[in-house]
Design a protein around this ligand. Structure first.
Ligand SMILES: NC(=O)c1ccc[n+]([C@@H]2O[C@H](COP(=O)([O-])OP(=O)(O)OC[C@H]3O[C@@H](n4cnc5c(N)ncnc54)[C@H](OP(=O)(O)O)[C@@H]3O)[C@@H](O)[C@H]2O)c1
Length: 430
């Protein structure tokens, strides 16, 4: 190993653990440029080291926790095994031996967070847990760094993607609770045992973690009363829609007279509210602050690679504060070419003022056809001898589009300078 290498010991190698290993492998060069450290992976604690795991070196697997926890060569411990016992003891051992810990474990954090924070403080070791709430959404970092002094007054969120997907299906397709749960399971959004998702316990655990950070106080899972959507009927979702509301499983924590009120329950949200627009399996967190106004963060709240992204971000935060490495400088030059506007693809809107004569649209369309651009929508409106021709084009070469517009502008029947706007579409350059 080089002098600047750091060994990452893993506790667990399931959905999230495998994604962490893959991400550290694939992005090792970027991480090295950003942090100044080469990451080495392993040992990795699992229950069944004999089972084959594609992409994982079997030589790194062990069922002996001491190989991760007592190895002085392990610089950071990443816990992605879940559960409370023996996990709490493993993390205590890691922290006491001075190894920074990154964990994705919401059950543990929401129940034993205060003990873990004390252990980390006593040993002067870092404990990071971004992935424990809302996976890829960096809400803990925003709360504990960017908004540390922003007087957070309320944290309101859709913290469970499974139930949000189910509620979206119930509202859109009129599905029953049972049918929407079956749909969530088919799409891989719900576990075989979805109890903690549908009864609100999962959201309550995440709310306990977020409110502890937001309000600088100790909020435990047991402090958060919760109700789920398991007793909600499609009929009430339909009535709510008729009245102008979406039904959402909301986690809400706020400061009230200097105390913290926190709970999880299905609630009616006015359709114009920002949280009403969050559909499917996404999570969203709305932060109300005394000094920074309202800030909303939205994104995927579960999934192997999404959760791994938060875990790796925590590893980088730990490395970034080590030995004076600076994340931004070295990364700034990845040597990528900068593309001109004509080198990307886009969809476009085009408005033309044309003579209201037969054949004008055909001439315009044939120019786009010759440039291999296809028209998605056309609207033509006559205004006396003049007509407005509004076209929306499918994604295509921007250079070809500009050529076509120059040619169109030269047609005798086109009278004013064409109005061109880009249309946001899928993928870069939209
Ligand atoms: N999956 C997600 O989308 C997601 C999102 C956010 C947070 N999380 C959190 O991330 C953590 C991991 O989730 P996951 O979905 O990756 O779980 P998982 O697929 O069940 O993987 C758990 C891993 O830990 C190992 N393990 C469990 N108990 C162990 C023990 N007592 N001793 C040794 N190894 C043990 C398992 O070993 P074997 O492989 O031998 O069984 C497995 O490799 C959990 O805390 C979860 O709440 C997950």
């Amino acid at each position: 190993m080089s002098a600047d290498s750091v060994r990452i010991g893993l506790l667990g190698c399931g959905t999230v653990g495998r994604a962490v290993v893959r991400m550290l492998d694939e992005h090792g060069d970027t991480i090295e440029r950003a942090s100044g450290h080469r990451l080495e992976i392993g040992p990795i604690l699992v229950r069944t080291p004999g089972r084959s795991r594609p992409g994982i070196d079997p030589g790194l697997l062990t069922d002996d926790p001491a190989r991760v926890l007592d190895d002085p060569g392990v610089g950071i411990v990443v816990e992605v095994m879940g559960g409370i016992d023996p996990t709490l003891d493993y993390l205590r051992r890691a922290l006491e031996s001075g190894k920074p810990v990154v964990t994705a474990n919401k059950q543990l954090l929401s129940r034993e967070g205060p003990r873990l924070f004390e252990m980390a403080e006593r040993s002067g070791t870092e404990l990071r847990f971004e992935a424990s709430a809302c996976a890829a959404i960096p809400v803990i970092k925003v709360l504990r760094e960017s908004l540390l002094a922003a007087e957070i007054r309320a944290v309101t969120g859709i913290l469970n993607g499974t139930t949000n997907y189910m509620l979206t299906e119930m509202a859109r397709g009129g599905l029953s609770y049972e049918a929407s749960l079956a749909a969530a399971q088919r799409r891989g959004y719900a576990e075989a045992d979805p109890t903690e998702d549908v009864n609100g316990a999962d959201a309550a655990a995440k709310l306990a973690i977020l409110s502890s950070i937001a309000f600088h106080t100790r909020v435990r899972f047991d402090d958060v009363p919760f109700a789920g959507i398991d007793e909600l009927s499609a009929e009430d979702v339909a009535h709510a829609a008729e009245l102008g509301f979406a039904v959402k499983l909301l986690a809400d924590a706020r400061l009230v007279d200097g105390g913290v009120s926190a709970s999880v329950a299905p609630m009616l949200v006015p359709l114009g509210h920002r949280l009403a627009a969050i559909s499917g399996a996404d999570n969203a967190v709305l932060l109300e602050s005394g000094t920074a106004g309202e800030i909303m963060l939205v994104g995927p709240g579960a999934g192997g690679s999404e959760t791994a992204s938060a875990v790796v971000s925590d590893v980088l935060s730990i490395l970034g504060t080590h030995r004076g490495s600076f994340l931004h400088n070295a990364l700034a030059d990845a040597g990528r070419p900068l593309l001109g506007e004509d080198q990307v693809e886009s969809a476009y809107y085009l408005r033309l003022s044309v003579a209201d004569r037969p054949g004008v649209l055909a001439s315009v369309a044939s120019i786009f056809g010759e440039e291999e651009l296809s028209i998605r929508t056309v609207v033509q409106k006559g205004e006396g001898s003049e007509a407005r021709l509004v076209l929306v084009l499918h994604r295509g070469s921007s250079a070809a589009f500009r050529r076509a517009v120059r040619r169109v502008a030269l047609l005798d029947d086109v009278h004013e300078t064409p109005v061109v706007l880009r249309v946001l579409g899928a993928g870069a350059g939209g």
